[in-house]
Design a protein around this ligand. Sequence first.
Ligand code: PMP
Ligand code: GLN
Length: 376
Amino acid sequence: MNSKLPHIKTNIFTKMSKLASDYNAINLSQGFPNFPIDDNLVDVLKEKSNKNIHQYMPMSGDPELLYKISALIKSTYKRTVNPETEVLITAGATQGIFTTILALINKNEEVIILDPSYDCYEPAVSLAGGKAKRLPLNDDFSPNWELIKKSINHSTRMLIINSPHNPSGRIWEEQDILCLEKLMMKNPNLLLLSDEVYEHITYDKKHISINTISSIINRSIIISSFGKTFHVTGWKVGYLVGPKTLIEEIKKVHQFNVFSVNSVAQASINSYVDLFNFSSIKPFFKKKRDLFQNLMKKSNFKLLPCEGTYFQLVDYSNISSLNDIKFCEKLTIDYGVAAIPISVFNESNNDNKIIRFCFAKDDETLINATNLLCKI
Ligand code: PMP
Ligand code: GLN
């Protein structure tokens, strides 16, 4: 078998969640909420499932939901987008990212990815026949603009950015956005893929969406996920926003790799958008972040800043000299709490003795997990 992805193994989220389940450990590894979803969403789902909406939706998505998304973008970011030509509903952000890369990247074109990076970017570039150029972020997870500038050549076609950032929880500063704008101006053929799935999960700093940067939106695809925003990661519904010319190309691929997204989920989300208070997400997750951070203060782990997302990075160098993969295995098997090692998100697999915990969990789970972690 001549593998198309010879270096790719089963991904870390699948691996750690399975290990957590095999050893009955508390699973703070893979990022998903463990608390029940809003009763209103359950009611909407029940109501919709009794309606005649069980057949294919239009290829781009439920027309009503496309309009709701464009209204949401208008109210959140003051950007006007045409729901028919500039929005595409996808089977989660993952399919949106994959389809965008497959549609827009040609053979041998380079795509810049900033490490530590979310795991689905590079395989999509490889399968498209492109070349991923993975560049490290600075130690504080800010972009290294000098390095990015130096790395652009005539084959560079796309830059992928992700803020609020998984795994670090860092949010880009205004200064970073200014540097990005400058870079895009200097390189008129460069496309931007902005992964903003945690756009609403921010704490101390404001998220600056690319939706608000008018100088570059005509070359940018922005990715969002209802899975994160509505606590329904298993529903796999996300969407892309971009200029008509790029969305048209993306739709050519979308119609063959998914055609259209789950109809009942789209119809339910369409109704729920009207019931949901988007500004409630920040205080909801801030309470969880603060609880987790306070409980962890008594531990021997060193907490890194968390400005957004529902992930907390910790440094365990005071506890163990094992590499982060081995440490996460030991933590799961011997101490009963599963986490994600950060080295797997770096091309170099650099081990800095940092691991990631997901705090999108009910309080009891966070208390039980931190009780175990504080004994180490
Ligand atoms: N991008 C980032 C940064 C993510 O963390 C995730 C999932 N956690 C995704 C994309 C994929 O989102 P979805 O589950 O909607 O496919
Ligand atoms: N994005 C989730 C995380 O970072 C995992 C999604 C997945 O399992 N593919 O934990």
